[in-house]
Design a protein around this ligand. Structure first.
Ligand SMILES: [Zn+2]
Length: 455
């Protein structure tokens, strides 16, 4: 057997950034002394106030301080679904130091691993990825609580079902076992529902993160009470909700900071603005504001490019185990979740239009569809970690800019801004008050627990 490590794979890399706990950029000396009492590696930093400098050590201390200082509502009711049982709601710091007494920063780790512990000892090993600005203190704290839970004896299993099928250490059996992924869900859910002083956009991000893990990290998916809706963006940058029940009644939400294409990343939404001088970033539909953190590897790469290079990117698909960057005349796949290796497939004689989801945006699906500039449908995906693009067996009766499916309802958006209900190869107009002015269409969900606890 050798030494058994409890690696936690398939971390939902994503949020982060310079969001300091309680709005502070320095940790008071007294706090540093308390932290150093438990983690004596910080002794040399505990003689004075400690100010964050973006270093790995600073980002680690920031997470510990977030764990210590985040305030919650005095009453935290359990959810009626499985998002929040309150099992880990009492004093995270006490829980953490009761299990971990040493933290070691690693120089490198396998792809997707944020931190790990061994099944002996009380040391937590933290990977460089988790200490970059792609993560927030909120994410790091959630990961550290997850690791601490392993010390109680809760190893992971290899997923046999769902979006993470075949990934080692990426699942627990069920959330009610209260293993490490249950801690991940519960910590994000607690932050989203009950933290009293976090930014509304971070709150929304935490809510989405809780649901992503609830949906993807258990063999038996956790029960989450939710309402699926289409989300509509108009050409005047207004968000509307369109119920997925055949209704044409648009409900006004907030505003987008810029016009562009919105890509789904599990429950998160990422805006790629039409103005190629602007960066791609997470977006929230109810005027929650923004988070500064990077929206995943593809957005990071995009944001590092020139506007001319950015203009080459047409669309993006983000599955649980594979991604595609769709360029005008080729598709760049990452099919192996354990490796950054890419596979490039040229579109011979075709120009890519956009990614369509006539079967719904499904993180577990191994393929989806692409429509070309001339309206030809193609299917693309990863099969046994090998990229493919082939003629689609499905047809549509007109050219669509977007197609999304929620429940049994398939809705298409035409390039001239109108919606249709799609039934097989037959489309029927869905007249709304925004006819001709609809710019983008994506799936979205609202969650009973967060709606009731935060409004
Ligand atoms: Zn784990």
């Amino acid at each position: 057997m050798g030494i058994k490590g409890w690696f936690c794979a398939a971390l939902m890399a994503a949020a982060g950034g310079n969001v300091f706990a309680a709005g502070s950029t320095c940790v008071p000396r007294a706090e540093m002394q308390t932290i150093a009492q438990h983690f004596n590696q910080f002794n040399t930093l505990a003689g004075a106030d400690y100010c964050y400098d973006g270093s790995q050590t600073a980002n680690l201390i920031q997470a510990l301080e977030f764990m210590r200082t985040t305030k919650y509502a005095s009453t935290m009711n359990n959810s009626t679904d499985e998002l929040f049982s309150g099992t880990f709601a009492q004093d995270w710091w006490t829980y953490f130091i009761g299990r971990i007494n040493d933290i070691q920063i690693q120089s490198s780790c396998p792809k997707g691993v944020g931190a790990f512990v061994y099944s002996f000892g009380n040391t937590m090993y933290v990977c460089p990825m988790l200490l970059t600005d792609s993560f927030a203190a909120l994410d790091r704290t959630s990961v550290m609580m997850h690791e601490a839970r392993h010390i109680d004896g809760f190893p992971h299993i290899t997923c046999a079902h769902g979006p993470r099928t075949g990934l080692q250490g990426a699942c627990d059996q069920q959330i009610s076992d209260h293993g490490s992924y249950a801690v991940t869900v519960e910590t994000y859910a607690q932050l989203a529902a009950y933290a009293t002083d976090i930014h509304p956009a971070l709150r929304a991000y935490a809510a989405s993160s809780a649901v992503v893990y609830a949906d993807e990290a258990f063999e038996t998916p956790a029960h989450v009470d939710r309402q699926p809706n289409f989300l509509v963006l108009t050409n005047s940058k207004e968000f509307y909700r369109l119920p997925a029940d055949g209704s044409s009644n648009l409900q006004r939400l907030g505003d987008a900071p810029a016009l562009g294409h919105i890509v789904s990343r599990a429950q998160h939404l990422i805006l790629y603005p039409d103005d190629k001088a602007l960066p791609a970033k997470y977006i929230f539909s109810k005027n929650e504001g923004e988070i500064q953190q990077a929206a995943g590897d593809i957005a990071v790469e995009y944001n590092g490019q020139t506007p001319q290079q950015r203009a080459e990117l047409v669309d993006v698909h983000i599955g649980a185990q594979w991604t595609v960057r769709v360029y005008h005349n080729h598709l760049l796949f990452v099919c192996d979740p354990t490796s950054p290796a890419t596979q490039d497939v040229i579109l011979s004689g075709q120009v890519a239009g956009s990614v369509l989801y006539p079967n719904g945006y499904d993180r577990a699906a191994s393929s989806t569809f692409l429509i070309t500039e001339t309206g030809t449908l193609m299917e693309f995906g990863c099969k046994s970690r090998k990229a493919f693009v082939q003629a689609a067996r499905m047809t549509l009766d007109q050219k669509y800019k977007r197609v999304q499916k929620l429940g049994q309802e398939v809705i298409g958006l035409t390039p001239d801004g109108r919606l249709f209900v799609i039934n097989g190869a037959h489309s029927t107009p869905l007249k709304t008050s925004m006819d001709g002015r609809i710019y983008d269409l994506m799936p979205s969900q609202t969650f009973a627990f967060f709606a009731s606890s935060t409004n």
